[in-house]
Design a protein around this ligand. Structure first.
Ligand SMILES: [Zn+2]
Length: 318
């Protein structure tokens, strides 16, 4: 079995996963970011102890550990170059983890882990060239070429959230403006929902704002599904930029599938239909978005399952 940790700035998702990708136990606990690196490493150890005990599994049955990190990763060196949400810079994570857990460990960017998971057990099965996009607070991406994660120089490959799609756009977390994630992430939908209300646009979102004091991306999607014209326009805008970016990325990699996951992907057809429409608008006539763009299938488990795959592949080549 493998110990898999999908580390986020908010939560650690951990799993005990066997070689066939079956999850035997999983935990979801808040990340103690304030505990710094040592705190997180201790959390990893505590979770491992608990999961082994609960499943009556001895240490000898654990063959390796996989770690997914939200940031730039040098997979070969086992170093996290930058993870802004965790405040990590140049952390030799696999080396440090070895002080807490006596297993060979491997690290990967979290979106790449999800891409590996979807290729192995989800919507990307049977495809050797794949792109996996995660629509959440930000927009992440993983690129798989010929069955292998393409990490790129300094781990920048697949960072699709920072593709520039708009002139004079909003400021992004990266410091630049007009990035895809400022226009098409879950937080972008929430932002434009609140903006519509503030601007006095006639929309049912105004009631939501009055009740809750804030608008979520889910509110916008639900209002759009209900037929609210302002909300539909917001979703369509996001779909336009996504379709634009995906069509351009497609021409570089020509993946068999583009898998879209993350919280916002739960919107379903309301989002996917316009994304495919705009993708087709910006693509060569022969390229059909409806044959390429699919929702992710593994939900929150994609990263953990991909991590098991990562460990499996790496142990075989050691
Ligand atoms: Zn950016």
């Amino acid at each position: 079995m493998y110990l898999c940790y999908d580390l986020g700035g908010t939560n650690i998702k951990a799993g005990l996963i066997d070689k066939s990708g079956h999850i035997h136990n999983k935990k979801n606990i808040p990340t103690q970011v304030e505990g710094n690196l040592e705190g997180v490493l201790q959390q990893f150890k505590d979770i491992a102890d608990r999961m082994l005990e609960e499943n009556s599994i001895s240490k000898e049955h654990i063959l390796g550990a996989g770690l997914g990190v939200p940031g730039f990763v040098d997979m070969e060196k086992g170093v996290v170059t930058t993870a802004v949400n965790l405040g990590w810079h140049d952390v030799p994570i696999t080396k440090r983890l070895a002080e807490y857990l006596p297993y060979p460990a491997f690290v990967i960017n979290d979106a790449n882990a999800a891409a590996l998971g979807e290729m192995w057990k989800g919507a990307g099965q049977n495809y050797r060239d794949l792109m996996c996009i995660t629509l959440g607070t930000g927009i992440g991406g993983g690129v798989i070429i010929n069955g292998t994660v393409h990490n790129g120089t300094n781990g920048y490959a697949g960072e699709v959230g920072h593709i520039r799609v708009k002139d004079h756009g909003r400021r992004c977390n990266c410091g630049k403006t007009g990035c895809l994630e400022t226009e098409a992430s879950a937080s972008a939908l929430a932002f434009y929902g609140e903006k519509a209300v503030r601007d006095g646009v006639a929309t049912m979102l105004a009631d939501k704002m009055k009740d809750a004091g804030t608008i979520t991306s889910k509110d916008v999607v639900e209002a759009a599904a209900f037929g609210d014209a302002a909300a539909q326009e917001i979703v369509n805008q996001a779909a336009y930029y996504l379709g634009f970016a995906l069509a351009n990325m497609y021409m570089v990699i020509a993946p068999g599938r583009i898998v879209i996951g993350g919280g916002l992907a739960a919107a379903g057809d309301i989002l996917f239909k316009p994304v495919i429409k705009w993708f087709n608008e910006f693509s060569l006539t022969e390229i059909k978005g409806e044959e390429i763009i699919y929702p992710a299938q593994l939900g929150n488990d994609a990263g953990m399952i991909g991590l098991a795959r990562l460990v499996d592949l790496n142990l075989k080549t050691l």
